[in-house]
Write a protein that binds this ligand. Structure first.
Ligand SMILES: Cc1cc2nc3c(=O)[nH]c(=O)nc-3n(C[C@H](O)[C@H](O)[C@H](O)COP(=O)(O)OP(=O)(O)OC[C@H]3O[C@@H](n4cnc5c(N)ncnc54)[C@H](O)[C@@H]3O)c2cc1C
Length: 408
């Protein structure tokens, strides 16, 4: 399937190095291979996946993800990637756009139920919207449409009372991984425009049935290898060869080392995941938004109840012991669990994402670089989206397309 460029040289004669085996690098590699390009993928770690990976945890005696990852059906690049590598069916989630929530202060449960079409009639139904809110409250979402880079989430939509506290604030923290008084509203607006605003069909929650690696990483590597790509694990690249066509899909600090002078986001936010050995009935969605406590999400995955604390720099000084005690206290209220804390594991991803502040967003570089043969990919490049799988995969596809244009 070699394609021929305008200069007459077969594309397959060109070897491209993809540096970094996270989802951005894997997406770039797949797009290149699909276009007949020979690819060598270098991943520094022993296993690929980067910030989106699964591994065996000896303490819990089972495989866990580094952190819960929630996608939406409207994440078209992510769904396209999974379809390409044959693992779309490895995702699960509710059949409908339903988002169950629990208030860990009162134990009250409710669910947001978005209707399928574009016309948002769900806001007119008490049974579908946040309890205690009125349809008119949701007009605040229109403000997001005009959000510029410098508009911060809290000043823009923070006046929305219960709607803010019980939906917009946790949504912003989860989507941006940055506290709303510091986070730019622009990437949040981009997420909402592509999903909730386009209706329920684009807003169905999706997450891996088994694990992140089983959905996103292992099938992609198998797909690449089956098509002749070389995947080198444990291969840390410390220099870029200027004449070689390269996709640089490493974290921002590494990219800046390999390409001196490159401006990249350099402030980060942590995400903590607490995995408890505890079986909770998954309910209709398999996960819950948590409000009024430390954590934003809880996922029921077989014998594991897994909880995510986003924008976690604010808890950096808190010991694991205190974190576990406080989160477990919230879970006992939410799910009626016993007070005794079960076996657990705390995973602190200190550089989970760049901080989505206006200053950091301005430091996101585009795909092409000053070096003609080197293009960039990663959730931290200028995708317009927050640091997410969707953004990372789009950036990988865009990087591959940019290199392909130079070869045709
Ligand atoms: C705990 C947590 C929860 C998250 N939750 C969500 C969520 O709910 N939804 C969502 O969409 N996103 C979520 N994200 C974000 C998502 O994981 C990232 O956006 C995505 O994985 C980034 O992929 P990437 O390929 O851009 O970067 P990375 O995953 O960082 O990949 C970079 C790769 O480069 C490798 N590398 C580094 N240096 C070198 C070198 N010198 N040579 C070779 N290789 C090198 C690294 O080992 C790594 O594998 C979450 C992230 C975390 C950490």
């Amino acid at each position: 399937m070699a394609e021929t460029g305008t200069g007459g040289a077969a594309i397959s004669a060109v070897k491209v190095s993809v540096i970094g085996g996270g989802v951005a690098g894997l997406a770039a590699a797949c797009t290149l291979v699909e276009n007949g390009v020979a690819v060598v993928l270098h991943e520094a770690a022993k296993a690929a996946g980067g910030r989106c990976r699964s591994y065996f945890d000896p303490q819990l005696g089972c495989r866990i993800d580094n952190g819960n990852h929630l996608l939406l059906s409207g994440n078209h690049a992510a769904m396209g990637f999974l379809r390409r590598v044959g693992s779309l069916e490895s995702l699960t989630g509710p059949a409908a756009p339903v988002f169950p929530f629990v208030d860990v202060g009162s134990g009250a449960h409710w669910a947001l139920r978005i209707n399928a079409g574009r016309l948002p009639w769900w806001v007119f139904s008490q049974a579908r919207r946040v309890p205690g809110t009125q349809a008119a409250d949701y007009l605040v979402l229109l403000k997001l449409r005009k959000a510029g880079l410098d508009d911060l989430v809290a000043p823009l939509v923070g006046g929305a009372g219960r709607l803010y506290k019980n939906l917009l604030e946790p949504l912003a923290i989860a989507a941006l991984n940055t506290m709303p008084d510091a986070a730019s509203a622009a990437p949040l607006a981009a997420v909402i425009a592509e999903t909730i605003e386009r209706g329920g069909k684009q807003s169905i929650p999706r997450f891996p049935k088994v694990g992140l690696s089983e959905s996103f990483i292992d099938p992609a590597i198998a797909w690449l290898q089956a098509r002749g790509a070389e995947v080198r694990l444990g291969s840390r690249v410390s220099d870029i060869v200027p004449v070689e066509k390269t996709v640089l899909a490493v974290p921002p600090a590494v990219a800046a080392e390999l390409l001196p002078g490159l401006v990249v986001p350099d402030e980060y936010e942590a995400i903590f995941n607490l995995h408890f050995k505890c079986r909770v009935e998954p309910g209709e969605a398999g996960f819950w938004g948590l409000v009024g406590g430390i954590a934003e999400w809880a996922f029921a995955k077989g014998d594991i109840l897994s909880v995510t604390v986003s924008a976690a720099n604010r808890y950096a000084e808190m010991s694991n012991e205190e974190l576990v005690a406080r989160v477990w206290g919230d879970l006992t209220v939410a799910f009626g669990l016993p007070a005794a804390i079960p076996e657990h594991r705390v995973v602190r991803e200190k550089r989970a994402t760049f901080a989505a502040t206006p200053a950091m967003l301005r430091r996101r570089p585009g795909t092409v670089t000053a070096q003609k043969n080197v293009v960039l990919a990663g959730d931290w490049t200028d995708t317009g989206l927050p640091a997410t799988i969707e953004g990372a995969i789009r950036s990988g596809n865009a990087a591959a397309e940019a290199l392909l244009r130079t070869m045709r």
